[in-house]
Design a protein around this ligand. Structure first.
Ligand code: ADP
Ligand code: MG
Length: 693
């Protein structure tokens, strides 16, 4: 039986009452299977022993002690037990047992015990009131799992439940991966992994188990990638990924592929011509659409490289052929912007547009959905509402996903299904990504897709000039910006948090909006973040675009897609709090016109070394691919992602950037298995018959 197949409810466990069940549910745990897959976030190493005199040297001590005396202090219901203890060196200490009177019976004078807790010196005694205590002889397990918790649920309680689940259910568990794969690559089976995660004999064993789980996640992912590739083209992508496509001129020679009449009309209305890469990619997509298999293409283009237009051109071709197209964006803000652009560029061509987001009210929505199902809408632009159950298409032939890294992979198949449901054929599928994934990583993650790269920027762009400065220079920076605005330009001010919080001692967008409003009395400012209602956000963006608002104070909501060429300045405060890719995306909001743009990255006093290294990377280059490679280098092993999740695919433990080596290994293993299953073993199909490009 696989873990996921254990459907026994947690209520079957001893000690899981109503409250506990509710707490577990909050953690997403309903069945014993869920519980067994609830992985520790860390392990406490209690394998080494301390002495009490080390109270000041470690955050927590693990001390074998003897109970010397039991005393009580306080009165009545406040009466509290105190255990006097002595360690191996004869040093004495005290344990204040608040709310634990039962320890009196369990630990009588003379008992040998193991105490784990934080100690401090109070009233001249080394003492602890926050500790675990176990009988010494039964305390043989020394590495303890530490789980994420929820209000009211204790570590001890959760450990006990998982322990129980392990004892009663784990023995019969099968591995998701075939045994010969595990053997060949030297990974333990799932049963061993379970025990090593929840009850490791050593930290090494725990880490090895976690590596095995990450390998498993990647293996299953790559097996799916391989299967999709086999279905689409009958061959597996190459393994290991070799990045031998010539950089810079990555496009095949499809350049001369003809535009359709409607595409030509669109192009003739533009005030500029397409860049070479835009032309090449459009040609590739046109060829895809005319080909036999539906297009499935990842279009990587750095911020500002003009992907929107390429997407529109693709939609135009499909619409010309009588199909419908859907363009999905990750935020309402961006979807709205695309809808506005489409209204300008596509409506004059006679294309019937619609805009659909989650916040569209009932009446308007049902009318829109009817029109869509009747085929009276050619292009629909919106958020994930485009693919909700109620949204039905007459003949969906093209799906474009903008900023695809913002969506999980799993949604992809649901979307393809929409197309199949409507047109009886899988729709063409384009994914636009501005997160410059290093090519090797892209090939591993999206190996079933064709990949196009838009490298050339529209002409006349000047690279953004970036300054890195301490926050003590903020006044000077504000002054500089003030000058630029007087010259008719606009600016963004970006902050890591919306409102003040006690947890982070950071400037917030709300606070700084108030402060900047005082600092810039002659300019118009607006505040935008994820909590601003849609209507208001739309008005603000329209006014910013029209130039009526000069300064936009924001959080990273503006990170994706916002396109206002007249905005030439950006200040990012606490810039070290943002990951490299976020900084790159944010900075991509400026430098979109022909005027020189400036970006100021301000940092606080306690900036870390890697924080500073990141900012330097930003100052040194505007090339998203270089930044992505640097990101890969800076994120050393052990960096669990933190605030900045890689988020490419919604993995649970795995991080494709941090764990890239494992990803490659899993890809090889998964493709070997697929090849063997298809009897392609001898042919080395994975290496020779490659059509990945
Ligand atoms: P991104 O790739 O980041 O999505 P956009 O599609 O938002 O970029 O385009 C950025 C800006 O560049 C837009 O204002 C767009 O009108 C403009 N643009 C796109 N293609 C060209 C081109 N070939 N020449 C000049 N400007 C262009
Ligand atoms: Mg874009």
């Amino acid at each position: 039986m696989l873990i996921g197949e254990i459907q026994t409810p947690v209520s079957n466990l001893y000690g899981a009452g109503k409250t506990t069940i509710e707490q577990l549910n909050r953690l997403g745990i309903a069945t014993v299977g869920d519980l067994l897959r609830f992985w520790p976030r860390a392990w406490e190493d209690r394998s080494r022993y301390n002495t009490l005199s080390e109270w000041n040297a470690f955050h927590k001590l693990n001390v074998p002690v003897t109970i010397m005396d039991q005393q009580w202090f306080g009165y009545g219901r406040m009466k509290t037990l105190k255990l006097v203890i002595s360690d191996s060196e004869g040093v004495r200490g005290e344990l204040a047992c608040f709310n634990r009177p039962f320890l009196e019976k369990a630990f009588p004078e003379g008992t040998k015990a193991l105490v784990y807790g934080s100690f401090s010196v109070k009233y001249g005694a080394i003492q602890s009131s926050s500790f675990d205590i176990e009988k010494y002889d039964t305390a043989e397990r020394r590495i303890l799992p530490v789980y994420p918790l929820t209000q009211g649920l204790t570590q001890t309680k959760l450990r006990k439940l998982i322990e129980q689940a392990l004892n009663s259910y784990a023995r019969g568990i099968d591995s998701e991966l075939p045994a010969d794969v595990l053997n060949k690559y030297g990974y333990p089976d799932k049963r061993a992994v379970l025990f090593a995660m929840h009850r490791p004999a050593s930290l090494e064993e725990a880490e090895a188990a976690r590596t095995a789980l990450i390998f498993e996640e990647f293996f299953l992912y790559e097996a799916a990638v391989g299967m999709r590739a086999l279905e689409r083209r009958g061959v597996l992508p190459r393994t290991p990924v070799r990045d031998n496509a010539s950089e810079g001129t990555a496009q095949p020679a499809a350049l001369q592929y003809a535009y359709t009449p409607l595409q030509k009309e669109l192009l003739s209305r533009l005030p500029f011509t397409l860049t070479a890469d835009q032309q090449a990619v459009t040609a590739e997509i046109n060829a895809d659409i005319d080909g036999t298999a539906p297009a499935a293409r990842l279009i990587q283009g750095d911020v500002g490289s003009g992907k929107t237009l390429v997407a529109f051109l693709a939609c135009v071709k499909v619409i010309e052929g009588g199909g419908q197209a859907a363009l999905m964006a990750p935020t309402e803000l961006l979807a709205r912007q695309h809808a506005d652009t489409a209204a300008k560029l596509l409506e004059p061509l006679g294309i019937r547009l619609a805009f659909l987001t989650g916040s569209l009210k009932a009446a308007g929505r049902s009318q829109l959905l009817q029109q869509l199902a009747a085929g009276n809408i050619d292009l629909i632009i919106g958020t994930h509402a485009l693919f909700s159950a109620q949204t039905l298409y007459k003949n969906l032939r093209m799906v474009v996903i903008d900023e695809q890294h913002r969506f999980g992979v799993l949604q992809r198949s649901a979307i393809i299904q929409k197309g199949i449901d409507s047109g009886k054929k899988a729709p063409h599928f384009l994914m636009m990504s501005a997160t410059p994934i290093p090519r090797t990583l892209a090939l591993s993650m999206f190996g079933d897709l064709d990949i196009s790269v838009i490298k050339t920027m529209p002409p006349g762009r000047k690279p953004v000039i970036t300054y890195v400065a301490s926050e003590s220079k903020a006044e000077k920076v504000y002054y500089f910006i003030g000058q630029d605005i007087l010259a008719g330009k606009q600016a963004y001010f970006v902050y890591p948090i919306i409102e003040d919080s006690d947890t982070f001692n950071l400037k917030s967008a709300e606070d700084m909006f108030a402060e900047l409003t005082r600092d810039f009395p002659h300019h118009r400012l607006a505040l935008i973040h994820s909590k601003v209602p849609e209507e208001e956000a739309r008005t603000i963006m329209q006014e910013f675009r029209s130039g009526a608002i000069h300064i936009l104070v924001a959080t990273s909501v503006i990170e994706v897609g916002v396109d206002v060429p007249n905005a030439t300045c950006m200040v990012i405060e606490h810039a070290d709090r943002f990951g490299l890719s976020a900084l790159h995306q944010l900075r991509g909001r400026i430098g979109r016109g022909s005027d020189q743009s400036y970006c100021f990255l301000l940092y606080g006093k306690n900036i870390t070394e890697t924080g500073m290294a990141r900012l330097k990377v930003m100052a040194n280059t505007t090339d998203g691919f270089v930044i992505a490679e640097e990101d890969l280098k800076l994120r050393g092993p052990g960096d669990i992602g933190g605030v900045e999740q890689s988020g490419y695919c919604g993995f649970e433990l795995a991080d494709p950037i941090r764990d890239f080596a494992l990803l490659e290994k899993a890809r090889i293993a998964a493709f070997e298995m697929l090849a063997a299953q298809r009897g392609l073993y001898q042919q080395e199909a994975t290496n020779t018959a490659n059509t990945d490009q």
